[in-house]
Every structure is written in C-alpha cells, then in structure tokens.
Design a protein around this ligand. Structure first.
Ligand SMILES: Cc1cc2nc3c(=O)[nH]c(=O)nc-3n(C[C@H](O)[C@H](O)[C@H](O)COP(=O)(O)OP(=O)(O)OC[C@H]3O[C@@H](n4cnc5c(N)ncnc54)[C@H](O)[C@@H]3O)c2cc1C
Length: 471
C-alpha cells in the first residue's frame, strides 16, 4: 500500500540568506512561529493549564516537507526537537523549553474510502475529527474516550478506545503509516515495508520517527447502544462492574469513573455531587442483544441515571466533552489483573475526601480483541491485562495548590501499587526511566531500543517516554 502520494505539497520557495531561523522559515510551506509573533502564546499552549514552556520556535507544519525541513534543521543546528499533534501528552512533552517544536496540529486532513473501509488520516486530526466523517459512511475507528485527543500521540502509544474489546487497539487497525525518520527520510511503514519500524510505531510512542499519515481499517459501526449509566458507588457495585466488564460479550466496552455526579440534564438535581460509578457504555452489536447484555450492569443497583440509548457512534463523545477543556491534572495509571477489596475500598474512601470535586478514579475492563493479538506483534505488549486503573486528580484553576492535589493522587497510588502489572505508555506523566520500563516488558524494551538504534542512533526523538538507542 502506498501512502506517499496523498496530500501532496507545492514546491517550497528558495532559501534567502539570514539567521538560521529565517532560513528555516523560508523553507516552510507552513509557518514558523517565534516569541516575536502575536500567536506565539497560543501556539505553545497545551491542554494543561499549569504548563508554561517557551520553545525557541514552532514549526506549524502544513505538509510532510515541513516536517523533513524541521528534522533536518534540528539535527543541523543541534537543537532539541519536540513533536506535538493534539497536545494531550500527560507529560506535556509536545512543547519543550528552548526546543524546536514540530507542531502537526494543522495537518488534519482525512480521506475516507468507504468501499475499501479505509481512512487516511494526518496526525493532527483528533478522534472527534475522524468520528464524524467516518460515521457518514456507517464506519468508525476505535480511538480514545475524548474527542480532542490527537491521532498522532494516541496511535503511536497504542490507542485504547471505546471499542477496544471488539476491535482491539487503534494500532490493531493500522495498515500503514508514512514516517519521517531522524535522517529526514520519508518512508512507508507497513507489514511489507520497513516492518521493524511498523512494529515500533505501534506502541513505541514517538521514539522512532514522526508519523505524518496513518492508514486505518475502519469497522462497520454506525449506530451503537451507548451513553452513560450512573450507579451508586459501593464496593459491591464496583466489584460487580469489574467482573462483568471483562466477561461480557466483546461487543460491550465500558469505561467506568468513580466520581462526583456532575450536573447534567440526565442526573437528578438532588444526586449531583454524590460519589457515583459512572459507566460509559459502547455496545456495537444489535440493539436488542445490547439491552440484554446491559441488564447485569443495570441490575447491580438502582441507577442514579440511565442515559444509555441507541445513538450514532460520535455521540458518545458528548458524555466526555468536559475532558477536552483546559485543566490541570495529577495522574497515576497501572494495568491490573486482580483488584483486592482493599484497593477498591481505598478508592471509594479517596473519593469521599478528594482534594477536588473534579477528580476521578477510572477503571476499564479490557480483554476481547485486544488480548487476541500476540504480545510480540507490536511495541504495545500488555495484551492480556484485565484492567486499566487510573487515579486522575483534576482541578480547573491553575492558581490552586497543585501539591494538595498531587498528594491526593499519591496517597491512593501507594495503596494501588501492589496491583501494578505494567503501565500504558500514553498514561505516564514524566515519571522517570523505571516507569518507562514498566510500559515495555524487557523483550519489548530491548527490541524497541535496537530499532531506535537503527532509525535514531543519536536520540533526536527524545522528548517522549524515552527508550534510548541500544546497538
Ligand atoms: C483527557 C484525555 C483523555 C485521554 N483518553 C485516552 C483514551 O481513552 N485512550 C488512549 O489510548 N489514550 C487516552 N489519552 C492519552 C493520549 O492517548 C495521550 O496523551 C497521547 O499522547 C495524546 O496524543 P496527542 O497527539 O494529543 O498529544 P501530543 O502531546 O501532541 O503528543 C504526545 C506525544 O506523542 C508523540 N507524538 C505525537 N504525535 C506524533 C506523531 N505524529 N508521530 C510520532 N510521535 C508523535 C510525541 O512524543 C509527543 O510528545 C487521553 C489523554 C487525555 C489528556
């Protein structure tokens, strides 16, 4: 499959003499934004309100040629190079002080071939950008739980989405990608071409190159039985959810948040603020079977609210729209296989004394299609983990005392730690090399380091969950 000819660029202008940034600017089809520009502050802004970094310059890439120019320029001038697509890195790696930033957020073209059920997507497109056009053809890709997450970062880390049990990770639906290497070459990575690179970009998290185009296989999903089921929070309800979430038919993927019930049209006013288990539901089979499959969840307790109905797939993002708003966060995540009662009790107790009303503890039942891919098929290796658990401290005012919120996250993390069975690379903050090793079992880590050596021996791509090259 060729991806190189899509979205072709015009010829760049010749470079006039000048300082090195002027020279780079003249080679770009997109823009170079520096501190002198009116939109510098907007261009360096990320999702998190507490992050305030000042890069040397930002290449607002318009075509793959701009990415090649930026990579060559960073290498030629020994500049640190950061890469961003949707700007949702939990570690905020997309913008780095004094670095040259390759900003792919403007490269968001999407082309859908409905007959072949294929989408060609640039990395700056978000889950939400793709969901609508795909739905117009009765198709969908399993991506993340929030519409604003960029396909660049989401896919290169793996992509655990609303249909993970039925259709696997986003990378399990990746057919090919166009990649700019550290040498500035544009290559196609697929099972047939640069297969080592293709293995590494599927979970390697940006270590081995910059993806400038993804080719995905889409699933025949137009309508789902989906929405939010809110149950009162108790250990029994949580245990019932956890057991059922991994034993239900694969058509059912759920994401459950222990949280304070939000003010929403479907939540009774007198229950707002109560600690509840909000279960986001995505059933991809027939509606009739879905109603039957949901019965055990609905029977766990008298629901606080039940807003699960037949909806077009993109509508599911309505229930998580608030997650896309700028905020501050303190996050610790782990995969788990068993969750002791003590861990569940600690989570419930933590919610009762959370430092912020917006904080939550997220549980996802995994398995299904994700687990049927072999652990060495991609750089995402935690295939047979049963649960995803994330402690997510959230606050909305950057002036608040971050330490208090971080202490809340850390206190629960200490109790959850014995459950640790690896971490999802895309849910790491900047937590140091040991945690990066948690993301990659030893064989995966070593293979990734060897591929990194082949494609990026000088570790140009190092502002990520870094796996240093190893020859
Ligand atoms: C609110 C929220 C909800 C989330 N929900 C989910 C979810 O449901 N499922 C899930 O799987 N993840 C989820 N995530 C995690 C998300 O997948 C990662 O944060 C991801 O890295 C974000 O991608 P981005 O392009 O928006 O981020 P960016 O900050 O732009 O990029 C993150 C990093 O990815 C690498 N990268 C980005 N683009 C490219 C590229 N084109 N080529 C190579 N490397 C690249 C770079 O190292 C970059 O620093 C969520 C994150 C947030 C903040």
């Amino acid at each position: 499959m060729t991806v190189a000819t899509l979205f072709a660029a015009p010829t760049p202008a010749a470079a006039p003499p000048g300082n090195h940034l002027d020279e780079l600017r003249s080679r770009l089809l997109g823009r170079l934004v520096t501190a002198d520009d009116a939109d510098y502050d907007e261009a360096r802004r990320l999702l998190y309100l507490t992050v305030d970094r000042r890069p040397l310059a930002i290449v607002r890439a318009a075509f793959v040629e701009d990415v090649v120019a930026a990579v060559g320029h960073a290498r030629g001038h020994a500049l640190p190079l950061a890469v961003r697509s949707g700007g949702h890195s939990l570690a905020s790696f997309g913008v780095v002080d004094d670095a040259l930033v390759v900003d792919l957020s403007g490269m968001k073209r999407i082309a859908i071939d409905p007959a072949a059920r294929i989408a060609r997507v640039q990395p700056g497109a978000t889950s939400g950008d793709l969901a609508g056009p795909a739905n117009a053809h009765g198709l969908a890709l399993t991506t993340g739980d929030t519409h604003s997450v960029g396909m660049g970062g989401l896919t290169t880390g793996g992509g655990i989405g609303f249909m993970v049990r039925k259709y696997g990770l986003a990378i399990d639906n990746l057919l090919a990608a166009q990649v700019v290497t550290a040498a500035g070459e544009i290559v196609t990575a697929s099972e047939e071409e640069h297969a080592d690179l293709f293995w590494a970009i599927r979970g390697g998290g940006g270590n081995v190159g910059i993806v400038t185009k993804f080719v995905y296989r889409l699933a025949p999903v137009g309508q789902i039985l989906g929405g939010e089921l809110i149950l009162p929070a108790s250990r029994e309800v949580l245990r019932g959810y956890l057991d059922y979430s991994v034993s239900a038919p694969d058509d059912l993927t759920t994401i459950a948040n222990l949280m304070h019930a939000p003010p929403a049209p479907h939540v009774p006013a007198e229950r707002v603020g109560e600690v509840v288990l909000s279960i986001l539901v995505c059933w991809t089979g027939s509606i009739e079977e879905g109603e039957r499959a949901l019965a055990p969840l609905r029977a766990l307790a008298e629901p606080v609210a039940d807003a699960v109905t037949p909806i077009p797939y993109p509508e599911i993002y309505r229930f998580t729209a608030h997650q896309a708003l700028p905020h501050a966060a303190s996050i610790r995540m782990t995969f788990a296989d068993e969750l002791r009662d003590a861990a569940l009790d600690a989570a419930l107790a933590a919610m009762e004394r959370s430092s912020s009303p917006f904080s939550l503890i997220q549980f996802r039942g995994l398995g299904g299609a994700m687990a049927r891919v072999s652990a060495d098929a991609t750089a995402f290796a935690h295939r047979d983990r049963r649960y995803f658990v994330a402690i997510i401290g959230i606050w909305l005012d950057a002036a608040e005392d971050a330490a208090a919120h971080q202490a809340w996250t850390e206190a629960l993390w200490r109790v959850i730690c014995p459950e640790r069975r690896g971490v999802y690379v895309n849910f790491l903050e900047d937590e140091g090399p040991d945690r990066v090793r948690d993301a990659y079992p030893p064989a995966t880590y070593n293979r990734l380091a060897a591929i990194k050596w082949r494609y990026d021996p000088e570790n140009l791509f190092r502002f990520n969950q870094n796996v240093p090259p190893q020859g």
